[in-house]
Ligand binder design. Structure first.
Ligand code: FAD
Ligand code: SF4
Ligand code: SF4
Ligand code: SF4
Ligand code: SF4
Length: 412
């Protein structure tokens, strides 16, 4: 019987899933089993769309279709947290199995602590995550740095510090991520600063780090993070869907070292990005200058996992004067005030910004300052954010009674 903290090498029993999977297809086999056994009513995973730059989130209710989502897409910059919330909201009793990166998990935790998502209805299959690359930048990088037509690439991977591509005619080419990132390519800025490498808030944390010997590349390293995860793993093995072996102790040590090295790299990038913003008034000036390009498209709000309010304050005419583009700075100040203690650095507000404003960098810098001041780390556990200390229960009751989520009515 598996228990929390146990570590295994795992792979799919089914030959097709084993072949299609990124590292032995364990996640796909677990999702398939969870669905066919009735542990969940649907699965949310990511499949390749038109090409490798097109990651498509997909809800699946037919176990036979789960194999279509096998494989890792590093040029997919999705965040699944809000999709999960929408699914649970519109399927009132349904349970969902989801493959989640660190940022997806953190977004779900932030939603759960606001009673917006019920974690009991979810099985979270976490993937370790070294980072993802914006699709547009990936195409440019492959053309300019690899000298390859991006449409000729059939597979990409990030392995041992390299971004590796495989072309239609079977050629492999790899360039060091450090070199790519020094030249402005490589992982997204938020991914470089990310320190959620092994998502232990999920039920299982899965990845290729630490798989050595003859299983390297053919199995996934699974760390059991919850009883729910242990139960799923045991049941899938018992049903013959999944094979496991004890994790190699040397592999466990290597995985720990890689994780630590990635955390140090995250610190290095944080320092570099945050220092680049300057301090105090200089930082404010930079933020005001960059946000003056804003066209008030609301994409930053719509895609932020923590911005889920029924009535957004930025749409109140007494707070943000309507009809102005760019909007008054108050538009951005409202978001900084509401989100900065809980920002999970998922990058969505930057990724989706039509004016390429580094919103995520601004918010993450504020969040890290607040974390240092108040000791609250968002996305890791159910501890309430700093601002929730405003009569949370009363506010929830008022929200339930009135349907209004305005904490203060300044005109009363
Ligand atoms: P499979 O059975 O092939 O299943 C893969 C699952 O991942 C599927 O459910 C698929 O839908 C989902 N998926 C694919 N792309 C995405 C995406 N962009 N966002 C969310 N879900 C997705 N492991 C490490 O140890 N170190 C790393 O640095 C690392 N970086 C990763 C970066 C990304 C962006 C991703 C998606 C995964 C990363 N992994 C990393 C995990 C690793 O690549 C494998 O996913 C893991 O070992 C499981 O392998 P598998 O064969 O069991 O998965
Ligand atoms: Fe992965 Fe972190 Fe980037 Fe999310 S923010 S894609 S978890 S590196
Ligand atoms: Fe993600 Fe931006 Fe929201 Fe932070 S503010 S959680 S980076 S979308
Ligand atoms: Fe986001 Fe604040 Fe708007 Fe709510 S009111 S959606 S937290 S900006
Ligand atoms: Fe402004 Fe960018 Fe947000 Fe759109 S996404 S409202 S342009 S900051």
């Amino acid at each position: 019987m598996a228990a929390i903290g146990d570590m295994f090498y795992t792979w799919a029993a089914d030959a097709d899933v084993l072949k299609k999977g990124e590292c032995g297809g364990a996640i796909t086999a677990l999702q398939q089993y969870a669905l066919s056994s009735g542990m969940v009513d649907a699965v949310l995973a990511v499949r390749k769309g038109a090409d490798i730059y097109d990651a498509v989130p997909t809800f699946i209710t037919n176990p036979a279709e789960v194999a279509e989502t096998a494989g890792s897409l590093h040029c997919g910059t999705l965040l699944l947290s809000k999709l999960v919330k929408d699914y649970l909201d519109s399927n009132k009793t349904a349970r969902l199995g989801v493959t989640v990166k660190g940022c997806d998990t953190m977004g779900l935790i932030e939603l759960a602590k606001r009673d917006a998502v019920d974690l009991d209805r979810l099985i979270l299959l976490g993937v370790n995550c070294g980072g993802s690359v914006s699709p547009v930048l990936a195409r440019k990088m492959i053309r300019e740095k690899f000298g390859v037509d991006p449409d000729d690439v059939v597979k990409e991977e990030i392995d041992k510090g390299q971004f590796i591509i495989v072309t239609k005619d079977g050629q492999h080419k790899g360039i060091s991520m450090d070199e790519l990132e020094e030249e402005g390519f490589g992982r997204r800025g938020n991914c470089r600063r990310c320190k959620m490498k092994v998502p232990r808030q999920a039920d299982l944390a899965c990845g290729n780090w630490g798989v050595i010997g003859d299983k390297a590349g053919k199995a996934t390293f699974v760390e059991v993070c919850s009883e729910k995860g242990a139960n799923l793993l045991d049941a899938a093995v018992k049903a013959g869907s999944l094979k496991t072996d004890a994790a190699n102790p040397k592999g466990i040590e290597i995985r720990g070292k890689v994780e630590n090295a990635m955390l140090k790299l995250g610190d290095k990038w944080r320092k570099r990005y945050f220092e680049g913003l300057g301090e105090g008034k200089d930082r404010l000036k930079k933020i005001m200058n960059d946000t003056s390009r804003c066209i008030k498209c609301y994409a930053c709000i719509e895609n932020c996992p923590i911005c889920y309010c029924v009535e957004c304050s930025t749409k109140k005419s007494y707070l943000v004067e309507p009809g102005q583009v760019p909007p008054p700075f108050m538009f951005h100040l409202i978001r900084y005030a509401h989100i900065s203690d809980s920002c999970i650095n998922c990058g969505q507000c930057e990724e989706h910004c039509a004016m390429e404003i580094p919103n995520s960098l601004f918010m993450h810098a504020l969040q890290v300052d607040l974390q240092e001041m108040f000791g609250h780390t968002p996305g890791v556990d159910m501890e309430l954010p700093v601002l929730a200390l405003v009569e949370e229960k009363t506010e929830r009751k008022r929200l339930a009674d009135t349907g209004s989520d305005q904490i203060f009515n300044i005109f009363e």
